[in-house]
Ligand binder design. Structure first.
Ligand code: COA
Ligand code: AMP
Length: 640
C-alpha cells in the first residue's frame, strides 16, 4: 500500500480488503448487479498489463438501469427529470416511461442496422434524447461515443474517423445563454471532413433553429432522417445480454498531443464500480435524487447523470442551463428545492462563478434546501477558499473528489456513504476501493508522506476504469503504463500526508483544465501554428481566477510578417474556435521575438508556465540562450 496511515475505521478496513483480496472484494460487490451469467472470477490478468474484469460474466447494463426496477415494482418512480432553465420547461419520466423511450430508441437504431459492437456517435445538447440514446445503445450492446456540443466540426470529424460509426445521432442545436448553437452545419461539415463514411444521421428536431435537414442533406453523402418520424415507426427492442468485457462506450479526451484518446469503458466493470460508488461515495440509493450539473459529453455526465443514479434506482436530474445567468446564481438551489435533491455534484469553476455573482450567497436563503445532504465537486482542484465559502453558505459537507475520464469514477474522495472522514482543506481525502495510490519520484521510487511527486496507481486498476484505448492497446500501454512499469501514470502531481490523505496539485503534462473542460495545449498549438504568419508558438495554461486555467499563446512571427497584433489575436481566436470549439476560450495571444528552448530544440513550456504563474522557476542548464528567456519574463508576468 502507498502510505501507512492512521485512519482506523470502517473505511480503512474496506480499502485494505479491496487491495488485499481483489477477487473476494469485487465478487462480493458484484452481487448488486443483476447478471445474466454471474461472475466466477473478478479480474483476468492473463494479458497484463491489460486487465479485464468479470471475464466469464454476462449482463445487460440497460436492463440493470431500467427494466430491473420495473420488475421490482418501481415503474412508477421518477427516473429522470429534465430541467431546462434555457427553455423554462421541466419534464419528468418514470422508470416505466424511460424504459419505453429507450426501448423504442433501441428499436430505431436496430432498424438502421445497429447491433452489438457497432459504434454510434451521439452529438446532442442536454435534452432527454441524450441519455435515452446512450441507454438505447447499451440495450443493443452497441458502443456509444458522446461528443460534447462545444466541440467544432474538426474535433467531431476526428472522433468519427477513430470510432468509425455508421450512425450519428444529433439535434437541431443547443441553447447557450447568449446564442443558439446550430448543430446541423457542424455535423454536415464533420461528416464531409471525415475520411470514414457515416451512413446515417438522425436529427431530433428542436424549434427555434435556423437550419433543418433539407438544408444539409442534399450535399451530404450520408442519409439524413428525422428522429421523430423514425421513432414513431420503431418497434421496441428488448435488452441484449452481452459479455461483461464488451465495450459500453468510447469517450474521447485530451492528451498531450492533438489526437484525442478514445477511453474505453466496459459493461460489467462499469455496472459494479458505479453501483459501489453510488453507495460509498455519493450515499445515494433508490428513491433519492441526484443532480449532477455537468454535461453528458463529459465523463462526470456519463457516470453520474446517466448510469450511476439509474443503476441504483435513484432519480437523476438532467440540467440544461448554466450555474449563473439562467436566470441567476440561485438556479442550483431552486432545483434542490423543487426536485428534493440529496446529492449535488458540480465543478469548482461553477461554484466560483456563483460566488462571483452572489458573494453573500443571498440566493440560497430564497429556497428550501433542507433535502441536500452533500455537495460534491470534481473536475479540477477545489481551492480551499471556495470550499469554505460554499460549505458555510449551504451548511452541508463539501466533498472534493479526484478522478479522470480514464478512471470513470473517483480515485479519491471522502467516502461519506461508508464513514465521513474529517475534511482537510485542499485534499481530495483518501483512495477509494481498489485504488492503490502511490507517489513516485522521476525514477519510479516511492516517495514518503509529505513529498510531492507523480501520482501513480499500482496495477491492476479497479473495475470501471479504462481497460484500454479504442482499437489501440499499444497506445494505452505507451501513454499510461510505460513510464513506471507496474503502475498507471495519472499525469497529476501531488502528495499523500501521514494520514493517507491525498493532495492533488496539478498536471505534470500539457493537459489543461479550462472551466472544468479538459483541453490539450498541444492541440491548440497545432491550430495556432497553422496560421500563415506564425513561425512557431507555445501555448501554456495560465492561472485564471474564475476558470481555474486559461490557455495563453506566445507567438513568433515569420520574418517579413509585420501584422497588427490585435488582428492576429482575433484571427487566432476564431481559428481555434472554429477548429477546436468555443470551449477552448482561447483569447490571450502575445507576439514575442523568440521562444526559450533547450539546446536540443525543446521549448521550455514548464519554465514559462512557472514564471507566468509567479511560482519559483528553475532554468534548465540545457537552455540554449538565456537572454531569450530573460526578455520573455516581463511578458509572461503580464499574463497573470
Ligand atoms: N455547446 C456549444 N457551446 C458551448 C457549450 C456547448 N455545450 N458549452 C460552452 N460553450 C461555449 C460558451 O457558449 C462560450 O462561448 P462564447 O465564447 O461564445 O461565450 C464558450 O464555449 C466558453 O464557455 P464556458 O467555458 O462554459 O464559459 P462561460 O463563461 O460561458 O461560463 C461557467 C463559465 C463557469 C459558468 C461555465 O464554464 C461552467 O458552467 N462550467 C462548469 C463546467 C462543468 O460542469 N464541467 C464538467 C466537469 S464536472
Ligand atoms: P477529466 O478527464 O476531464 O475529468 O480531467 C481529469 C483531470 O482533471 C485530472 O487528471 C486532474 O488534473 C483534474 N482534476 C479532476 N478532479 C480534480 C480534483 N478533485 N482535484 C484536482 N484536480 C482534479
Amino acid at each position: 500500500m502507498g502510505a501507512e496511515h492512521t485512519l482506523r475505521g470502517e473505511y480503512r478496513k474496506i480499502h485494505e480488503h479491496s487491495l488485499r483480496d481483489r477477487e473476494d472484494f469485487w465478487l462480493h460487490a458484484a452481487q448488486c448487479v443483476d447478471w445474466d451469467r454471474s461472475p466466477d472470477r473478478a479480474v483476468d490478468d492473463s494479458a497484463a498489463p491489460i486487465y479485464r474484469w468479470f471475464p466469464d460474466a454476462r449482463l445487460s447494463l440497460s436492463r440493470n438501469c431500467l427494466d430491473r426496477h420495473l420488475e421490482a415494482g418501481r415503474g412508477g418512480d421518477i427516473a429522470l427529470i429534465h430541467d431546462s432553465a434555457v427553455t423554462g420547461r421541466v419534464r419528468r419520466y418514470t422508470y416505466a416511461e424511460l424504459t419505453e423511450e429507450v426501448a423504442r430508441c433501441a428499436g430505431m437504431l436496430a432498424e438502421l442496422g445497429v447491433g452489438r459492437g457497432d459504434r454510434v456517435i451521439i452529438y446532442l445538447p442536454m435534452i432527454p434524447q441524450a441519455p435515452i440514446a446512450m441507454l438505447a445503445c447499451a440495450r443493443l450492446g452497441a458502443v456509444h461515443s458522446v461528443v460534447f456540443g462545444g466541440f467544432a466540426a474538426a474535433e467531431l470529424a476526428s472522433r468519427i474517423d477513430d470510432a468509425t460509426p455508421d450512425v450519428v445521432l444529433t439535434a437541431s442545436g443547443g441553447i447557450e445563454p447568449s446564442r443558439r448553437v446550430e448543430y446541423l452545419p457542424t455535423v454536415a461539415e464533420a461528416v464531409a471532413l471525415a475520411r470514414h463514411p457515416v451512413r446515417e444521421v438522425v436529427v431530433q428536431h428542436r424549434g427555434g433553429f435556423a437550419h433543418d435537414i433539407e438544408d444539409v442533406a442534399a450535399d451530404s453523402a450520408a442519409r439524413w432522417q428525422d428522429w421523430g418520424l423514425l421513432i414513431d415507426q420503431a418497434p421496441p427492442a428488448g435488452p441484449v445480454s452481452v459479455p461483461a468485457t464488451d465495450p459500453l462506450y468510447v469517450l474521447y479526451t485530451s492528451g498531450t498531443t492533438g489526437r484525442p484518446k478514445g477511453v474505453v469503458r466496459d459493461q460489467g466493470g462499469t455496472a459494479v464500480a458505479l453501483s459501489w460508488s453510488m453507495a460509498a461515495v455519493f450515499d445515494i440509493g433508490p428513491g433519492q435524487t441526484m443532480l449532477t450539473a455537468s454535461d453528458v459529453g463529459w465523463v462526470v455526465g456519463h457516470s453520474y447523470i446517466v448510469y450511476g443514479p439509474l443503476l441504483v434506482g435513484a432519480t437523476t436530474v438532467l440540467y440544461e442551463g448554466k450555474p449563473v445567468g439562467t436566470p441567476d446564481a440561485g438556479v442550483f438551489w431552486r432545483m434542490v428545492a423543487e426536485h428534493g435533491v440529496s446529492a449535488l455534484f458540480t465543478a469548482p469553476t461553477a461554484l466560483r462563478a456563483i460566488r462571483k455573482a452572489d458573494p453573500e450567497a443571498a440566493l440560497v436563503g430564497e429556497h428550501d434546501i433542507s433535502s441536500l445532504k452533500h455537495l460534491f465537486a470534481a473536475g479540477e482542484r477545489l481551492d480551499p477558499e471556495t470550499q469554505r465559502w460554499i460549505g458555510q453558505a449551504l451548511a452541508v459537507p463539501v466533498i472534493d473528489n479526484w478522478w479522470q475520464t480514464e478512471t470513470g469514477w473517483p480515485i479519491a474522495a471522502n467516502p461519506v456513504g461508508i464513514e465521513a472522514l474529517p475534511v482537510k482543506e485542499g485534499s481530495a481525502t483518501v483512495p477509494m476501493a481498489g485504488y492503490d495510490v502511490v507517489v513516485l519520484d522521476p525514477l519510479g521510487e516511492e516517495l514518503p508522506a509529505g513529498q510531492e511527486g507523480n501520482i501513480a496507481l499500482r496495477l491492476p486498476l479497479p473495475p470501471g476504469t479504462l481497460p484500454t484505448l479504442w482499437g489501440d492497446d499499444q497506445r494505452y500501454i505507451d501513454s499510461y503504463l510505460s513510464v513506471f512499469p507496474g503502475f498507471y501514470t495519472t499525469g497529476d502531481s501531488g502528495f499523500l500526508d501521514e494520514d493517507g490523505y491525498l493532495f492533488v496539485m496539478g498536471r505534470t503534462d500539457d493537459v489543461i483544465n479550462v472551466a472544468g473542460h479538459r483541453l490539450s495545449t498541444g492541440a491548440i498549438e497545432a491550430v495556432v501554428a497553422a496560421h500563415p504568419a506564425v513561425a512557431e508558438c507555445a501555448v501554456i495554461g495560465l492561472a485564471d481566477e474564475l476558470k481555474g486555467q486559461r490557455a495563453g499563446g506566445y507567438v513568433v512571427l515569420k520574418s517579413g510578417h509585420d501584422v497588427d497584433v490585435e488582428v492576429l489575436r482575433e484571427e487566432l481566436t476564431s481559428l481555434v474556435r472554429r477548429t477546436i470549439g468555443p470551449v477552448a476560450g482561447f483569447k490571450d495571444v502575445a507576439v514575442v521575438p523568440a521562444l526559450p528552448k533547450t539546446r536540443s530544440g525543446k521549448i521550455l513550456r514548464k519554465t514559462m508556465r512557472q514564471i507566468a504563474d509567479g511560482q519559483e522557476h528553475r532554468v534548465p542548464s540545457t537552455i540554449e540562450d538565456l537572454s531569450v528567456l530573460e526578455e520573455l519574463i516581463p511578458v509572461l508576468r503580464r499574463s497573470r
